[in-house]
Design a protein around this ligand. Structure first.
Ligand code: SF4
Ligand code: SF4
Length: 348
C-alpha cells in the first residue's frame, strides 16, 4: 500500500467515526468509498484548482428542514464574526477565485451579511452566489428589502424548493413554507430575477425520500411548466441533487429502517463519470470559525482536510489547490447516477 492509499484509508476511518452515529449503524455491507474507487480503477480525487470560495456564515436559520445536512435552526449559535469575514475578504482579494458562494443556515441572518456581500462586490470576483431559503425574505420587516439588495449587488440566487407543490415541499421544510416560498419567488420575479438576463434565480430539487433524484432536465421542464401555469413564476435553472446520508437525512434513514437499502442503492449506482465534476475538485469550504474543508458536507461531518494545519488564518493556496480530497461513505451521494453537487447533476 502506498502512502497515498494509507492516507486515504485513515481519512475514511476518521469519516466513519464522525459521519455515522454508531458502529452498530455503520453498515458493514457498504464498502468504503476508497474500495469502490480502487475496484473501478479510479484514482482518489485530487483538487485541480480553487475556483469557488464557499463561505458558510453560520448555522442559524429561520427553518428546521428535515433534509437539512447542516442541522441548522433558530437555536444554533455558530455565526461567522466580522473579523473572520475580514480575513475572508483579504483572501478573496489576494487570489483568483471566480465565485464566492455564500451559504448557511440562512446567511442573511448573520448581522454582517450585507456588509460582506457589498465588500465582495467591490473586488474582482465575477459571481456572488447566495443560497437563500426564500422564507427569510418574509420572516420580518428587516428582510423584506432583500430582493432589492440582491439585485443591487448582482447576486446569483440559489434557493431550495423541493417540489412544485405544497404537500411535498412542506413535508420536508415545514408547514406553510411552500406558500411563503411562492410569495418570495413572486417578489423576486417582480424586480426581474429569473426574467432579466443578468438576474439569475435557480431552484434546487431534492427527492422526498430514500431514492435518487430523477433526470434534472425533465424535472426542470416540469417545474417551469407547473410554476408558471399555477403561480406565474419564472426561474432560470433547476439544480437536482441527491440527499446526502448525513445529519437529519441520516436520522430519517435510520429511523425509517432505510439506511442499509439507501447506501446499497448509492453504491450500486456509483458512476465513475461523475468524478471529474465533483465540486470538491474546484471548491474550498470555509466554516463560520475559519476551519477549512473540501466541501460543505465534510464541514458538517468535521472531516478535516488531508493537508494538516491549514485554516483560513494561514491560508496558502499553493498547499490547497492540488490537495487530496478527504472522502467517506457519504461521497457515494455525489457519485450515484448522474451525480450530485451544489451546481446540480454532474453528467447531463
Ligand atoms: S435546509 Fe436550508 S433552510 Fe432548511 S434548515 Fe437547513 S439551512 Fe435552513
Ligand atoms: S461529499 Fe462529495 S463534494 Fe464532498 S468530498 Fe465527498 S465527493 Fe467531494
Amino acid at each position: 500500500m502506498n502512502t497515498s492509499e494509507k492516507e486515504l484509508q485513515q481519512t475514511e476511518a476518521i469519516s466513519s467515526l464522525s459521519d455515522y452515529v454508531s458502529s452498530e449503524i455503520q453498515n458493514k455491507k457498504t464498502p468504503s468509498f476508497f474500495e469502490v474507487l480502487k475496484k473501478n480503477g479510479n484514482p482518489p480525487p485530487i483538487s485541480t484548482h480553487i475556483d469557488v470560495f464557499q463561505v458558510n456564515l453560520g448555522y442559524l436559520c429561520n427553518q428546521t428542514c428535515k433534509h437539512c445536512h447542516v442541522e441548522a435552526g433558530p437555536s444554533r449559535k455558530e455565526i461567522m464574526s466580522k473579523e473572520t469575514m475580514q480575513v475572508c475578504l483579504k483572501i478573496i482579494k489576494e487570489n483568483d477565485f471566480r465565485c464566492v458562494d455564500i451559504t448557511g443556515g440562512a446567511p442573511e441572518m448573520n448581522p454582517n451579511f450585507r456588509w460582506f456581500v457589498e465588500e465582495i462586490r467591490k473586488t474582482k470576483i465575477k459571481e456572488i452566489i447566495v443560497r437563500c431559503n426564500l422564507t427569510i425574505i418574509l420572516a420580518n420587516a428587516n428582510y423584506h428589502d432583500l430582493p432589492e439588495f440582491f439585485k443591487n449587488n448582482s447576486v446569483h440566487i440559489v434557493s431550495s424548493l423541493p417540489f412544485y407543490n405544497a404537500l411535498r415541499t412542506d413535508r420536508q421544510r415545514g408547514n406553510g413554507v411552500f406558500e411563503k416560498s411562492i410569495q418570495a419567488l413572486q417578489m423576486l420575479n417582480k424586480i426581474g430575477y429569473g426574467i432579466e438576463k443578468h438576474l439569475i434565480l435557480d431552484l434546487v430539487y431534492n427527492p422526498n425520500g430514500a431514492f435518487l433524484s430523477a433526470n434534472q432536465k425533465n424535472l426542470e421542464e416540469a417545474y417551469k411548466t407547473e410554476l408558471f401555469k399555477t403561480y406565474n413564476i419564472s426561474f432560470n435553472n433547476l439544480i437536482a441533487i441527491h440527499n446526502m446520508p448525513i445529519n437529519r437525512f441520516l436520522e430519517y434513514l435510520i429511523n425509517s429502517g432505510n439506511y442499509e437499502d439507501y447506501m446499497s442503492m448509492l453504491v450500486s449506482a456509483y458512476n465513475p463519470e461523475t468524478l471529474n465534476g465533483l465540486m470538491c475538485k474546484n471548491t474550498i469550504s470555509v466554516a463560520w470559525n475559519g476551519n477549512l474543508y473540501d466541501c460543505d458536507f465534510n464541514q458538517m461531518l468535521q472531516l478535516p482536510l488531508t493537508v494538516a494545519g491549514q485554516t483560513l488564518f494561514n491560508f496558502n493556496i499553493n498547499h490547497l489547490k492540488h490537495r487530496q480530497i478527504a472522502t467517506g461513505k457519504h461521497c457515494f451521494g455525489c457519485t450515484a447516477g448522474s451525480g450530485s453537487s451544489c451546481q446540480g447533476s454532474l453528467t447531463e
